[in-house]
Design a protein around this ligand. Structure first.
Ligand SMILES: [Zn+2]
Length: 73
């Protein structure tokens, strides 16, 4: 595979065709076989977005600080 033939797409735009098992970026129709039996991969893989991880880290840090201060009092 050459660098020029590689392709990528964001997970939020990736759809698996249940008929031919190709992955495309169209939610209405498979670009390979024109099937409408598509499954959005973002919902199946349930990946956290980087921003959500940062917010979770902030909330956990805040919770640790509260627990630490209540234990010290
Ligand atoms: Zn297909």
């Amino acid at each position: 595979m050459t660098f020029g033939s590689m392709q990528h797409m964001p997970l939020s735009s990736a759809y698996l065709c249940e008929d031919c098992h190709c992955v495309g970026n169209c939610a209405e129709q498979c670009p390979a076989c024109a099937s409408a039996a598509l499954m959005g991969l973002a919902g199946v893989l349930n990946r956290e977005q980087p921003r959500e991880k940062a917010q979770l880290r902030y909330l956990l840090g805040s919770l640790d600080a509260r627990v630490g201060s209540s234990l010290a009092a």
